[in-house]
Design a protein around this ligand. Structure first.
Ligand code: SAM
Length: 389
């Protein structure tokens, strides 16, 4: 309904969900009479819980809020059996604040900020503890990816997006060395974005816009970017296909989406191969218990095909202790141990004996990385697909 007016509204009977998205800024109540009418009709049809989804509503002025709130209070007042759940998003910081008073006023209305706690590994990935891991990782993967990115279609002058950008160091490296026209870098971690903005400012890098958002519901227009990257992130999300759908949507027809993912159980090292192997098999199990798939790398091709991409290109590369300073690789392994054994396994309730053995595999991997005759590796898959023209 009314996409030309800057907003869309639709009702899904099966989900009992009324979705309003876009910008709702009428000058008078008359301007949104059709919206009010369909909202009123939808409220009248539903039994049980009615979901009012405003997750992607970017603007809502007081005229429109009064109309919506008035309708909801009118219907709820006469029907104590009906529950109305307003689904807001932290991406639109104002929306929860705006609707909460309505919930305080009416006992059968509630407000649920859907992304407050929305994927199982969130607290580990979005807090400051992950920053050292990401920093150390990008330092080493860049040696490989700077050669792969042009092969996957990145050219100077392109409009690029880096979705789930983390601390933004990849965007900085791309901007400096491969020279796209602009980069929009989006993440759902405020602490990572703060860090990213500071790094870009410290290094005097311009041309990157860091934005807060949810990769599975981005408030970005369709068909905007020539090249969209999403690195090490489909594997942390419990429903990667939702993010891929969004990457596809914001990519221009003919543009490409580039993803990287791992297969952690294939991390390896010599000497002490057995202990190392045991630990990384356990890493894969641990992540699965948090509904994340750190084994996703080789599945990238299937995910891209299922999402509708064509001309799929897949590369795999191994970050090793021979890529540069072996200590850099050892630092990555140490930061994995700190978060996986020190936080995630502990919080899963693993026994001290398990955690000790789990830690030992990381220490053995470090031993292999720093050993004068040792070899230590971490395999990664880089894959991309073209959005059909
Ligand atoms: C493993 S990190 C990878 C970060 C970065 N791409 C890199 O390779 O260094 C995963 C990132 O995804 C972000 N993330 C997870 N789910 C997200 C979502 N729904 N929307 C936006 N960012 C999300 C996390 O905050 C985190 O920064």
């Amino acid at each position: 309904m009314s996409p030309d007016r800057g907003y869309q509204a639709s009702f899904n009977e099966n989900n009992q969900e009324f979705v309003i998205a876009g910008k709702l800024r009428p000058r008078s109540e008359d301007e949104i009479r059709p919206l009010a009418q369909s909202l009123g009709e939808a409220l009248g049809q539903v039994k049980g819980t009615f979901y009012l989804n405003v997750k992607r509503l970017a603007r809502l002025n007081n005229v429109a809020f009064r109309v919506i709130a008035g309708l909801v209070s009118q219907v709820c007042g006469g029907r104590p059996d009906l529950r109305v759940e307003v689904v807001t998003s932290s991406v639109m910081g104002w929306s929860t604040r705006k609707f909460l008073p309505l919930a305080r006023l009416l006992p059968n209305v509630s407000v649920n900020e859907y992304d407050k706690d929305f994927y199982p590994g969130q607290s580990y990935l979005e807090e400051g503890g992950f920053i050292p891991i990401l920093r150390a990782q990008t330092k080493l993967t860049w040696q490989h990816e700077k050669h792969l990115l042009p092969r996957h279609g990145l050219r100077p002058g392109m409009a690029m997006a880096d979705v789930c950008c983390g601390i933004g160091d990849f965007a900085v490296l791309v901007q400096k060395e491969l020279k796209p026209a602009s980069i929009l870098a989006l993440d759902h971690s405020r602490s990572s974005l703060d860090y990213a903005r500071k790094v870009a400012a410290d290094f005097g890098v311009s041309g990157i816009e860091y934005v807060y958002g949810d990769a599975s519901e981005m408030v970005l227009e369709d068909n905007q970017f020539d090249f969209v990257t999403c690195r090490h992130s489909l594997q942390v999300f419990d429903r990667p296909e939702l993010i891929l759908r969004e990457l596809y949507r914001i990519c221009k027809p003919g543009g490409r989406v580039y993803i990287t993912n791992e297969k952690n159980s294939h991390c390896l090292g010599e000497p002490r191969a057995e202990s190392i192997q045991w630990t990384y098999n356990e890493v894969a199990r641990l992540w699965a218990d948090y509904k994340m798939d750190i084994e996703l790398g080789p599945k990238s091709r299937r995910y891209l095909i299922d999402a509708g991409f064509e001309d799929i290109r897949v590369d795999s590369f191994m970050v090793t202790n021979l890529d540069g300073d072996p200590q850099s690789f050892a630092d990555i392994i140490q930061s994995w141990e700190n978060v996986y054994a020190g936080e995630m396994a502990r919080d899963r309730g693993d026994s001290p004996e398990f955690i000790a053995r789990f830690r030992q595999g990381f220490q053995d991997h470090i031993y292999a990385a720093l050993h004068p005759k040792g070899y230590a590796g971490w395999p990664i898959w880089a894959a991309s697909g073209r959005k059909p023209s």
